[in-house]
Design a binder for this molecule. Structure first.
Ligand code: ZN
Length: 117
């Protein structure tokens, strides 16, 4: 798989975890429990910065723009469709065995697409 694509997927996973932890953190605080999740959140944020630093500017810019717009920038292709907007992706792209070797974006919504297989 394309290294930049791999990193973009990891960055997306991290963002999901950070958002999730953020929500749990609020619940935890309401329950007046310890600060453990704060530490985990800090660690994840640090890791996120590391990932951001290793993704080239062009893709990082697109990622941030898509995240602001849709909330999720990187989506898998499911049954030949973009999982973000359900547009059917070009057959030539889907049937290419090297499809994950390069970063593809959805022709309709522009999200970054990968094939999980
Ligand atoms: Zn799409």
């Amino acid at each position: 798989m394309n290294k930049q694509l791999e990193k973009l997927i990891s960055l997306h996973d991290l963002d999901v975890m950070i958002a999730d932890l953020g929500r749990k953190d609020i619940i935890k605080r309401e329950m007046e429990m310890g600060l453990q999740s704060d530490d985990a959140l800090e660690e994840l944020k640090k890791l996120r910065e590391e990932y951001c630093g290793s993704i080239n500017r062009k893709w990082r810019g697109l990622y941030n723009q898509l995240t602001r717009h849709y909330g999720n920038a990187v989506v898998p292709a499911l049954m030949g469709r973009c999982a973000g907007c359900l547009t059917r992706l070009p057959t030539a792209v889907c049937s290419d065995p090297e499809r994950n070797m390069k970063i593809h974006t959805c022709p309709t919504c522009g999200r970054i697409i990968y094939w999980a297989d």
